[in-house]
Each structure stands twice: as structure tokens, then as C-alpha cells.
Design a protein around this ligand. Structure first.
Ligand SMILES: *Cc1c(COP(=O)(O)O)cnc(C)c1O
Length: 366
């Protein structure tokens, strides 16, 4: 393979000594949950996101579900979410018994189109969940204006956008709450599952700490009914090692993206990602579009270039949501995008040779 889609072992190879030390430190400490590594990681990640607090959890999906619960979203409520996203954004809403109400994306940035949000608001709407898809921030200023006008909460789904910049802020800074995933393939990935909420709101933090730990603050005192969703000490320790590299790794992603943007810009049949003037994306994925996507994908595979599709089935058409008849045919743009998108290899450990191979293979294929 000349260019695998993603090399998940490379981050470990680069940081082997530090990660092995972190594992040893935790294993020999005798303390594996809700301990000093978690506390330190929460402080460090909150500071990185320029928020006062971070509450880490078992996954990004849990983090989104629990923050919506903590905000009082209840069965029958509606939450606005982009039609073009990873299904987890919707599942965290439906897990509460609330209804995800989709809004189509802006075709240039693939993030929710603020101009279409107001038409989707009803008396049952409680929150808006913009998703910084592929690492490109959603346009948060107009979204915040709409939310203020209608008294709605904004929770950013930043699962793909650790360290992305929106105007003069880092993603997650300045809104009520933002959620992150530490799934291994994300820009900041654990060696297993993990997720977190960042916020400046102390009340929200108190509720989230209850919701992630059986409703308990003090051992065997249970104030509310809740399950458990905790980031363990091993994952927290490894995330601390990797957080120190995040900006460097995002910069390396950016330089891969800049090469693709420059060296593929003259290809008529290929739509390259656009970067809004106010955005500095985290380049979680580099997604191109082609009307003949399947043919392109096959040719790239023959040339030893790994690609993936994010995502092949629009959320409203997946069997998980297809029973909601209101959704059928309602999101034509999401459907067209799902037919055309292709993600090229991207990551902080891609060699220049691998980027050369991708560029050459794409040029030969279109
Ligand atoms: C990965 C992801 C999630 C879910 O995160 P998990 O940690 O896998 O639960 C949610 N939303 C988006 C946009 C994602 O990419």
C-alpha cells in the first residue's frame, strides 16, 4: 500500500516511551477510575479549549447525550442537528427520547446552513447541535444569534475538530458547551473509547458529574438516577501525552491539506474542500467530491491509495431512522453529498512520499 487511509499505530510509534511510561505509572498506582490522571487531563483539556471546566466521559456519544440531558432536554423535545453528519450526533438526541430535526448543510463547508435553521424551529425545539464536520468549524455567530432569539441552547459537536479555530476562538470556546470524542481515529484519540464536555457553566458541570457516575458525588449517596460513563485513568494518562502534541499534529495535517489543495486545484471533475475565511480547520478529514466517485475510488485502490466514505448513507435514510416517514426525501442535499464524497488519506504521520502518491494517483484517475 503506497498510502493507507490512516496509520493508527504511527502515533504510538512516535510517542512510545512516553505512552509506555504513562501506562506503567497508572498500572502501578493501584487507582484506575476517577483519579488523579482524569483530574489532570480535565484541567489540561479545559485550558486547551479555553474553558473553565471539562468533564470527561466514556465516549463522545455519551458526552453529547449527557450534556443534553443535563440541560433538561426530555422525551418529545426537538433538537436541531445537521442532516449531513455522523449518525452519533442524531443518536445522542434520540437516546433521550427527543427528536432530531435535520437541517441541510452549506455545500461549501459541509456544516449546518445557518440560513435554514429558523424554518426548522418549533415550540418544541430546545437546542441546536452544530457539528464541526471533517474538522471545519460551523458558522457559530449566526447560530448563536438564532439561539438567543429563540432561547435555545447551543451544544457544539466538536468530535472531529479538536483545536480547530473559528474567528478568534478555539472551537468549544464561548458557547454553552462543546463535546469531543477521543475515539482512536480522531485528532486527539485515546487507545480506546473516550469523550468529554467542555463548558464555563459550573451548574452544568455538577449535573454532568452526577450523570456520569450513577448520580453520585459522594460514594454511596445517589442524588439522581443515572448510569455510568467514565474516562478511565489509563486513557486519561495517554490523552495527556497526546494533548501535548495536538497543535503540532494539527499543523502537520494542515500541511498535507495545503499540498492537496495546491496540487489538485486544476482538476475540473473534482470538488475540493473550501475553507471559510473565518475558519482554521483541524483537517480531521480531507473530503473531495466527484460525480463518478465509485470509479475514482476503485482506481485509487488499484494505485495503492486507501480511501473511505464519510458517510455512505445519509442519517435520515439509515434503517435506524427510516421509520420516521417525515424524513424521507426531506434532505436532498445530504443525499447528493453522500453519493459524491470521498475521503483521501489524511493524518499527522503521512510521509511526503505518501502525499506524492495520492496526488499522482488522483491526477491519473480523474
Ligand atoms: C466520532 C463522532 C461522535 C461520537 O463519538 P464516539 O466517541 O465515537 O462516541 C459524535 N459526533 C461526531 C461528528 C463524530 O465524528
Amino acid at each position: 500500500m503506497k498510502a493507507p487511509f490512516l496509520d493508527l499505530k504511527a502515533p504510538y510509534t512516535e510517542l512510545r516511551a512516553e505512552l509506555d511510561d504513562a501506562v506503567q505509572r497508572v498500572l502501578s498506582s493501584g487507582w484506575y477510575l476517577l483519579g488523579p490522571e482524569l483530574e489532570a487531563f480535565e484541567q489540561e483539556f479545559a485550558a486547551y479549549c479555553r474553558n473553565t471546566h471539562c468533564v470527561a466521559m466514556g465516549s463522545g456519544g455519551d458526552a453529547l447525550e449527557l450534556v443534553l440531558r443535563a440541560l433538561g432536554v426530555s422525551p418529545g423535545d426537538e433538537v436541531i442537528v445537521p442532516s449531513h453528519t455522523f449518525i452519533a450526533s442524531w443518536l445522542s438526541i434520540s437516546a433521550i427520547g427527543a427528536r432530531p430535526v435535520p437541517v441541510e448543510p452549506d455545500e461549501r463547508t459541509y456544516t449546518i446552513d445557518p440560513a435554514l435553521i429558523e424554518a426548522a424551529i418549533t415550540p418544541s425545539t430546545r437546542a441546536i447541535v452544530p457539528v464541526h464536520l471533517y474538522g471545519h468549524p460551523a458558522d457559530l455567530v449566526p447560530i448563536a444569534e438564532i439561539a438567543d432569539r429563540h432561547d435555545l441552547a447551543v451544544v457544539e459537536d466538536a468530535a472531529q475538530a479538536h483545536g480547530a479555530r473559528y474567528r478568534d476562538r478555539v472551537v468549544g470556546e464561548g458557547s454553552l458547551a462543546a463535546v469531543f470524542s477521543f475515539y482512536p481515529g480522531k485528532n486527539l484519540g485515546a487507545l480506546g473509547d473516550g469523550g468529554a464536555v467542555v463548558t464555563d457553566n459550573a451548574d452544568l458541570v455538577a449535573r454532568l458529574r452526577l450523570l456520569r457516575n450513577y448520580g453520585s458525588r459522594i460514594k454511596y449517596q445517589h442524588e439522581i438516577q443515572a448510569g455510568n460513563s467514565r474516562l478511565d485513568e489509563l486513557q486519561a494518562a495517554m490523552l495527556r501525552v497526546k494533548l501535548a502534541r495536538l497543535d503540532d499534529w494539527n499543523a502537520r495535517r494542515r500541511s498535507v491539506a495545503e499540498r492537496y489543495l495546491k496540487e489538485l486545484s486544476d482538476l475540473d471533475d473534482l470538488v475540493l474542500p473550501e475553507v471559510a475565511p473565518w475558519a482554521d480547520p483541524a483537517w480531521h478529514l480531507f473530503v473531495v467530491r466527484s460525480a463518478t466517485r465509485e470509479r475514482l475510488r476503485e482506481r485509487l485502490a488499484q494505485a495503492g491509495v486507501g480511501t473511505l466514505i464519510h458517510y455512505p448513507v445519509p442519517v435520515h435514510l439509515s434503517p435506524a431512522f427510516a421509520s420516521d416517514r417525515r424524513l424521507a426525501g426531506s434532505q436532498p442535499l445530504a443525499e447528493r453529498i453522500a453519493d459524491e464524497v470521498l475521503s483521501l488519506p489524511m493524518g499527522p504521520h503521512m510521509s511526503d512520499d505518501a502525499v506524492d502518491s495520492v496526488v499522482a494517483a488522483v491526477r491519473a484517475a480523474v
